[in-house]
Ligand binder design. Structure first.
Ligand code: 5GP
Ligand code: MN
Length: 317
C-alpha cells in the first residue's frame, strides 16, 4: 500500500491477499506506516506489516518475494522507507492503480484512470483471470470497502455504471454493505465529531469570489481534540458542499511542522495539476494532496495569492 493508506489502499490490498491465498499463494501485506481505526475491522487486518513499527519483517518479506504488487499508487516516492528494499529486490513488479501519470518502474501494469478505485480494478483483475467464482465474503467485503470509501459512497464523478455492476456482484458474493458502512462511518469517538464541528464553525473560510473554501488546523488545535490518525478524513468535503463552491482545501499541521494539504474540486478544475505545480503533490483531477514546508500562515498566503491567479478558471465553471 501507499503511505498513509486510505480505505482503497487497505481494501484492495487485503482483498488481493485473500484472493491470492485462495489460489494457493503465500502473501505478505505491507504498509509504509499506520492507518486509522475505522479501517482496522477488515478481515486480514492483523496480518498487515507496518514498516514504521516493524521494519525488519517488512524488509524480509520484500527480500523473499517473487512478485511485488503495488496497489493504489504508481510512484515509488509514495512508499516511504520501503523503497530501499523494493529497489534492491529482483522480484517481478505489478502495478494495479487508477491514478494518472504512472511512473515506469514495473514489469506489468494494470491501470485505468477511468476506474473508481483500485478495489474495482482488483475485482476486474480477478474476473479477467476467470476466477470470479472464487470471490468469497472476505474478498467481497474488503473490495466493497475500497470502492465505497474512494467514491464517497458512490457519489463522486468517478462512479460509473460498471462501478455499480461490480458492487452488485460483490454483494452476490457476500459483501455486507450495511455492515461495511457502519464500520467505516459510524465508528466515531465523540471528540472527533467535536473537532469536525469546531473546524466547520471556527476555521472554515469561504471565498465566493473565487468559488473556493478552505479549513486550517494547527497541531495545538488537533491536540485539544485528542487527534488520532484519520480524524479529519472527509473534512475537506465540507467547504465544497457549500453552494457555488468548486474548489476546497484542508491544511493540517503535522507533528514535524510540515503542512499536509488535501484538495477537492468539482467539474473541470484540475487539482492534480494544481497540487503538482504548487504543492509538491498530485492525485486525481478532483481529489489530490500535497505538502508545504512553509509555516501555516505563509502557506495560506501562498494559497490566497494563487487563487487570484486562478480566478478566471475557478469562476468560469
Ligand atoms: P487525500 O486528500 O485524501 O489525502 O488524498 C486525495 C488523493 O490525492 C488520493 O488519491 C491520494 O492518492 C492523492 N495524494 C494525496 N497526497 C499526495 C501526494 O503527496 N502526492 C501524490 N502524488 N498524490 C497524493
Ligand atoms: Mn484509490
Amino acid at each position: 500500500m501507499h503511505k498513509s493508506p486510505d480505505g482503497d489502499a487497505v481494501g484492495s490490498s487485503l482483498g488481493m491477499k485473500h484472493y491470492l491465498e485462495k489460489i494457493g499463494h503465500t502473501v505478505s501485506v505491507l504498509s509504509p506506516n499506520g492507518y486509522p481505526e475505522f479501517l482496522k475491522w477488515m478481515p486480514g487486518n492483523k496480518s498487515v506489516i507496518d514498516f514504521e513499527k516493524t521494519p525488519s519483517p517488512a524488509n524480509q518479506a520484500i527480500a523473499k518475494a517473487e512478485l511485488i504488487i503495488f496497489l493504489d499508487f504508481n510512484s515509488l516516492t509514495r512508499i516511504g522507507g520501503l523503497d530501499k528494499a523494493v529497489k534492491k529486490s529482483k522480484a517481478k513488479r505489478l502495478i494495479i492503480d487508477h491514478h494518472p501519470q504512472p511512473e515506469d518502474f514495473a514489469d506489468f501494469v494494470f491501470h485505468n484512470t477511468g476506474a473508481s478505485s483500485t478495489a474495482e480494478l482488483v475485482y476486474d483483475f480477478i474476473t479477467l483471470l476467470g476466477d470470479n467464482k472464487k470471490i468469497h465474503k472476505d474478498i467481497a467485503n474488503c473490495l466493497y470497502a475500497g470502492i465505497m470509501t474512494d467514491t464517497g459512497s458512490f457519489r463522486f464523478a468517478s462512479t460509473t455504471a460498471h462501478t455499480h455492476d461490480v458492487v452488485a456482484d460483490l454483494m452476490r458474493h457476500g459483501a455486507e454493505a450495511t455492515k461495511v458502512h457502519r464500520f467505516v462511518d459510524d465508528n466515531n469517538r465523540d471528540i472527533r465529531l467535536r473537532l469536525l464541528g469546531y473546524a466547520v464553525m471556527e476555521k472554515m473560510k469561504i471565498f465566493p469570489d473565487f468559488a473556493t473554501g478552505f479549513i486550517t488546523l494547527t497541531q495545538s488545535e488537533l491536540k485539544r481534540f485528542d487527534y488520532k490518525e484519520g480524524d479529519t478524513e472527509g473534512l475537506v468535503n465540507e467547504p465544497i458542499s457549500v453552494k457555488g463552491i468548486v474548489f476546497s482545501a484542508l491544511f493540517t499541521e503535522q507533528l514535524d511542522g510540515e503542512i499536509k494539504i488535501s484538495f477537492r474540486s468539482k467539474d473541470s478544475f484540475d487539482v492534480n495539476l494544481f497540487a503538482r505545480k504548487h504543492f509538491n503533490g498530485g492525485g486525481h483531477k478532483n481529489a489530490a494532496g500535497g505538502r508545504s514546508d512553509l509555516s501555516m500562515d505563509e502557506t495560506i498566503l501562498k494559497f490566497l495569492n494563487l487563487l487570484s491567479e486562478y480566478k478566471q478558471e475557478l469562476k468560469g465553471k
